[in-house]
Design a protein around this ligand. Structure first.
Ligand SMILES: *Cc1c(COP(=O)(O)O)cnc(C)c1O
Length: 442
């Protein structure tokens, strides 16, 4: 049996209809922006393996630091004990996060960083003697993860439908995309007037899963300002936007207003290991200090602050803060800008959005053809056939690469986007790919 067949016999994959999905591609090695399959095929990882990878695969600096840590201290429980990597990573994060962030609470991934943020916010008001403050405001098209709290504050969709009755109520407002800011502000005003709002949770400036939907810092400042005037907390979900993805280190660096809580994961370890962090202000932290033990934040995970993951985080941070990494991010942004100009006025494209190292092309399929429903699958197959890993969100194809990607490699990705545009214009010229999996979220 091949590795893929053995996988198929025993493994259940995420977001995958196991009955119709083709066998998974077995990857045996990674280097730079490339993934290498068992049969020797190379794939250019243009989406940073689900938005996690910053510096390239199997980066030697991170590998060396983690392997040294592995033979020094692999893990220790994190209640009553601590270790150097957890302390140094917390210090390093607080040095680069907005100055009002004073404490780091570790967890395991993006979804847990959200659960921690929500529980922190609810218990904060409970500890302050305002238990009635329980309403959460979120963007209608948001995505914050797949656990119950994270699902509750995310878009209601086919993927949350089986659990709809079990999700807590959230007040949703529209995403304030350019030209639609006033609607979102008015909706927030109405919610604040009618509810005891505990927190507003948002993907700052770019909503990833919604299709790389972008909005301006000024309107986010206005939304946060209104929440603060009402006494509600602002929770920035920087799980995707953090660590240079938007050009600056954090999306919060584009804002005047300061979020009270920030959620981090994905790029936190440079894409090496699973780790989440939720940071908060001194005011929030202080509300849990008491002689009364019931005010304690009773949350934790067996692997909280795992030393290997924290070490990967430290090694990744060292790379991220080099001048070379900053230059790479600027270079990618400039290449995206050039390609945006190349696409301007070309048929088959409805919109191009970009922010820092992210580029999203919204194709304009001819909906009179029956190909529309299959477009996503065709795009995906076309990319793989040309050695480029892209996972379209329907008719939206985004590029979100590791920062080490070269200009030549970027051109290879853009050429695939041009081929996708050809496919949109001339669908009849393309062979129909064999059955491909459906990916609900991406
Ligand atoms: C991916 C993502 C999450 C969830 O992170 P996981 O590690 O997959 O649980 C939460 N919020 C945003 C904005 C994300 O992009």
């Amino acid at each position: 049996m091949t590795l893929a067949e053995r996988d198929h016999a025993v493994v259940w994959h995420p977001y995958t209809q196991m009955q119709t999905a083709p066998l998974p591609i077995p990857i045996v090695r990674g280097e730079g922006a490339w993934l290498y399959a068992e049969d020797g095929t190379a794939y250019l990882d243009a989406i940073a393996s689900w938005w996690v990878n910053l510096h390239g695969h199997a980066h030697p600096h991170i590998a060396r630091r983690v392997s040294e840590q592995l033979s020094t201290l692999e893990h220790v429980l994190f209640a009553g004990f601590t270790h150097p990597a957890a302390v140094e990573l917390a210090e390093g994060l607080l040095r680069i996060l907005p100055a009002n962030q004073r404490r780091v609470f570790y967890s395991d991934n993006g979804a847990t960083s959200i659960e921690v943020a929500l529980k922190m916010a609810f218990q904060y008001f409970n500890n302050l003697g305002q238990p009635g403050r329980q309403t959460v405001v979120a963007f209608r098209d948001s995505y914050h993860g797949d656990t119950f709290g994270a699902m509750s504050v995310s878009a209601r969709s086919a993927f949350t439908a089986p659990f709809a009755a079990l999700l807590f109520d959230v007040q949703f407002i529209d995403v304030p995309v350019p030209g639609r800011e006033a609607e979102a502000l008015a909706q927030l005003d109405a919610v604040l007037a009618g509810h005891q709002v505990a927190a507003f949770i948002f993907e700052p400036l770019v909503l990833g899963t919604a299709g790389m939907v972008m909005y301006e810092p000024a309107v986010l400042d206005a939304l946060i300002q209104r929440c603060h005037a009402h006494g509600a907390l602002a929770i920035a979900d920087e799980v995707m936007t953090g660590f240079g993805r938007l050009g600056r280190l954090f999306a919060a660096d584009f804002l005047q207003e300061r979020p009270d809580i920030i959620c981090l994961s994905k790029g936190l370890t440079g894409g090496t290991m699973a780790l989440g962090a939720t940071t908060c202000t001194a005011a929030i932290y202080d509300a849990f200090l008491s002689d009364d033990r019931t005010r304690t934040f009773f949350h934790g995970h067996s692997y909280t602050a795992n030393p290997l993951a924290c070490t990967a985080g430290l090694a990744s941070l060292e790379l991220l803060l080099t001048a070379e990494s900053a230059a790479d991010r600027a270079r990618i942004a400039a290449a995206h800008a050039d390609f945006t100009r190349e696409l301007a006025g070309q048929p088959g494209v409805r919109a191009v959005r970009r922010c820092g190292t992210i580029l999203a092309v919204e194709f304009a399929p001819n909906e009179t053809t029956s190909y529309f429903s299959r477009l996503r699958d065709q795009f995906y197959a076309l990319g793989l056939a040309r050695g480029v890993l892209l996972r379209p969100l329907g008719n939206i194809v985004y590029v979100l690469p590791p920062y080490c990607i070269t200009n030549t490699e970027l051109r290879q990705v853009y050429d695939v986007l041009q081929a996708m545009r050809e496919l949109v214009l001339h669908p009849e010229a393309q062979p129909t790919p064999a059955s491909l999996p459906e990916y609900p979220h991406d």
